[in-house]
Design a protein around this ligand. Structure first.
Ligand code: HEC
Length: 124
């Protein structure tokens, strides 16, 4: 095999591996969202269900969706939804933000949390 081609192969393989480890798998995150979040959330701007729309949630301020009736706890929290902050909230909403209206039937696994956050970063 010509050395240039080998180098390309190695670079390609490295790139293919990186995102999966660093930030979670968005494609699997879409399925997690469908299974565990979509009863209460959409990813469509302006479309609230029991919970607020999650379009563009990564990076935005907490409790900032218009026409959604947040709990007093959520309104008072004044958070920035970074991936790190979302990870803490999604691991256990009730202990992370006492008084929040959000209830997860069963806590998602750490891998599912990482994947669903990767997915949410794709919906703006
Ligand atoms: C049973 C309904 C329900 C389910 C299931 C649910 N949520 Fe929620 N979620 C809510 C409610 C209600 C709120 C508003 C919380 C408040 O006002 O205290 C909320 C709030 C949020 C917020 C804060 C939004 C903001 O604008 O500040 C995020 C982020 C979030 N949910 C993500 C998720 C994710 C991701 C999942 C799936 C793993 C999920 N939720 C599953 C009901 C739900």
């Amino acid at each position: 095999m010509p050395p240039r081609f080998t180098a390309l192969l190695i670079a390609g393989a490295a790139l293919a591996c990186l995102p999966a480890h660093a930030v979670g798998n968005a494609a699997h995150g879409a399925k997690v969202f469908q299974d565990q979040c979509s009863d209460c959330h959409t990813t469509i701007t302006g479309k609230n269900k029991r919970g607020p729309s999650l379009a563009g949630v990564v990076g935005r301020s907490s409790a900032s969706v218009p026409y959604y009736n947040y709990s007093d706890a959520a309104r008072a929290a004044k958070l920035q939804w970074t991936p790190e902050r979302l990870t803490r909230y999604l691991a256990s909403p009730k202990t992370d933000l006492p008084g929040t209206k959000m209830r997860l039937l069963s806590p998602p696994s750490a891998a599912d949390v990482a994947d669903v956050i990767a997915y949410l970063q794709t919906v703006r």
